[in-house]
Design a protein around this ligand. Structure first.
Ligand SMILES: [Zn+2]
Length: 151
């Protein structure tokens, strides 16, 4: 029989250290970024093309690890927002603008920084990835510096 009790609270600190990996498909995706490519994986069963690439279709669970294909570095802005907390966890008085971009050839959206004048932000805006110079790429999501209006 369940009884209602006041929850027990233990105060203290846990000295946790974590190491996150990108996973197999994420690893392949990041290696492709280092080469200046944006890797997708397509599910032939349901027709969904994922960016970043995945090993399994999250909609129908097909193995799509052999269906990699580079997609265009250009796409359309689907949505955007301003972030007042940076990747370092610190607050900022000016927001970083982050967009959800549907790259041409992809079904899903890809989230990344935008460098678009605020007055020009609109759904459907054509944007393109701006990669760091090849010598500066390390296999990170930040090998793409940001997305800017397509030329
Ligand atoms: Zn599928």
């Amino acid at each position: 029989m369940l009884t209602k009790q006041k929850p027990m609270v233990l105060k203290g600190q846990l000295p946790l250290k974590n190491l996150y990996t990108a996973g197999l498909a994420g690893n392949d995706f990041l290696h492709a970024l280092k080469k200046g490519e944006i890797l997708s994986s397509a599910c032939h069963a349901c027709g969904t093309t994922y960016v970043p690439a995945r090993y399994f279709c999250e909609r129908c669970f097909e193995n799509i690890s052999q269906n990699y294909k580079s997609v265009s570095p250009q796409g359309e802005l689907v949505s955007w927002t301003g972030c007042y907390v940076g990747l370092n966890g610190k607050r900022s008085s000016t927001p970083a603008v982050v967009g959800a971009i549907r790259l041409y050839g992809a079904s899903t959206v890809f989230v990344h920084f935008l460098k678009v004048p605020k007055a020009n932000l609109r759904t459907g805006l054509k944007v393109q990835a701006v990669f760091k110079p090849e010598s500066k790429r390390v296999g990170s999501i930040l090998d793409i510096s940001y997305f800017a209006p397509a030329k």
